[in-house]
Ligand binder design. Structure first.
Ligand SMILES: [Zn+2]
Ligand SMILES: [Zn+2]
Length: 250
């Protein structure tokens, strides 16, 4: 399984990265975790424009789903189109939410280009991957994902505050892509996002093999986030996410 960070900027795109989007590949199958604003552009550095085989959306905040609107244009109006519908696992409100974002009529809506399946906690198959969705601690319906293939696994926190669900989801994972939106300062809002320190604590409790700190918000210094995380006692390899970084999980 090959994991490519397409976008890792938190909450809005930054100068060096689009918003959240991760590309997972195995057996020639290509699946996206999230499709945040700006990510369709960077995605084309890694795969062909029409090569997305499945999409999982963690939640419907703009920085995790808005390029679904752009990709609807690609699938529907390209010179060779329309292209077959792409399976999309997303919160149940996704067709209405994305149709509103695009400003299209309710019928036929986004269903012409995407085949939506509502997410619920549990495990399901997507192409060659086994995907587990677990509820995260965020103000809207949000799922973290664990994706397994060939005995290796990657976990993705999506957006979340502190939660044991993330520790369970990432237990023993080879790689944890964990959000680290906040510097470790007093008075942070609860049940919203993690600090670098909290991300590393969750990774340590989960026994993850490696930690990538992601959802890095451009108004914070990433070096501060990494320094906070490095004090939390996580024994494995740890680094900041970077658009274009590739992890080959064998
Ligand atoms: Zn976000
Ligand atoms: Zn969010």
């Amino acid at each position: 399984m090959k994991v490519t960070i397409v976008g890792c900027s938190g909450s809005f795109p930054g100068p060096d990265s689009p918003s959240s989007c991760y590309l997972l590949e195995a057996e020639g199958f290509r699946m996206l975790l999230d499709f945040g604003n700006g990510s369709l552009g960077a995605l084309q550095r890694h795969i062909g424009l029409y090569d997305v085989d499945a999409i999982c959306l963690s939640h419907l905040h703009a920085d995790h789903c808005l390029d679904m609107c752009s990709y609807h244009v690609v699938r529907t109006y390209s010179p060779q189109g329309p292209h077959p519908r792409v399976p999309v696992h997303a919160p149940a409100d996704a067709p209405r939410r994305l149709g509103r974002a695009y400003d299209m009529p309710a019928e036929p809506g986004m269903e012409t280009s995407f085949d939506f399946a509502p997410l619920a906690p549990g495990t399901f198959e997507v192409g060659p991957f086994r995907v587990t969705a677990a509820p995260m601690n965020h103000p809207v319906e949000t799922y973290g994902f664990r994706v397994s293939y060939g005995g290796r696994s990657v976990a993705y926190s999506a957006d979340t505050g502190e939660t044991d669900e993330l520790v369970r989801l990432a237990a023993g994972a080879d790689l944890l892509l964990c959000e680290a939106s906040f510097p470790d300062v007093p008075g942070l809002p609860a049940d919203l996002h993690l600090t670098g320190r909290q991300a590393a604590e969750h990774a340590a409790r989960a026994g993850a093999g490696a930690l990538v700190l992601t959802h890095l918000v451009p108004w914070h210094d990433p070096a501060r986030i990494l320094a906070d995380a490095s004090r939390a006692g996580f024994p494995g390899r740890m680094e900041l996410a970077r658009s274009g970084a590739v992890y080959d999980l064998g």
